[in-house]
Ligand binder design. Structure first.
Ligand SMILES: [Zn+2]
Length: 149
């Protein structure tokens, strides 16, 4: 279990690693990464060797954009442990769920761990209604996710 709390780590672009401000300018879809222009849908933090992706509300990544993040994650040498925090979302599109299924598959195929956490009731219902919750490892929040790793 990582010693550092997730809050201590800084935010990065999930693709190029550029440092991001804690609060992105709004609206999110007008906030590409200032360095690589990747259209941000999440911010990355690394806590010990656990990658935390904080999903931002209001934007669903295109398939290719999710693949960019997957390639970046899979390019790291450390064993992959990824925690995706959905707590900012008060709604989740079926497209975003499908992207997360794809990312989950790729990380697991590389013997990585992939955890979803921070689901609000509406989001949790969406996963259960589609039975997609069965394909994910899901924990209540980041703390519970780190404890499970
Ligand atoms: Zn970037």
């Amino acid at each position: 279990m990582p010693s550092e709390t997730a809050e201590d780590a800084s935010y990065e672009c999930p693709v190029c690693g550029a440092r991001l401000t804690v609060e992105p300018p709004l609206p999110p879809h007008e906030a590409p990464c200032p360095v690589c222009a990747y259209p941000l849908w999440c911010r990355k933090r690394t806590v010990d060797d656990v990658v935390v992706l904080d999903v931002m509300r209001g934007r669903t990544p295109e398939h290719a954009e999710m693949q960019q993040v997957a390639e970046k994650l899979l390019g790291s040498k450390a064993p992959l442990r990824v925690v995706v925090d959905l707590s900012d979302l008060d709604f989740i599109s079926s497209a975003l769920m499908a992207r997360l299924v794809a990312l989950n598959k790729r990380i697991r195929a590389a013997d990585g761990r992939f955890i979803l956490c921070g689901m609000q009731p509406v989001v949790r219902d969406a996963f259960h209604d589609s039975t997609l919750h069965r394909v994910f490892e899901i924990h209540a929040d980041q703390q519970a996710s780190f404890a499970a790793l």
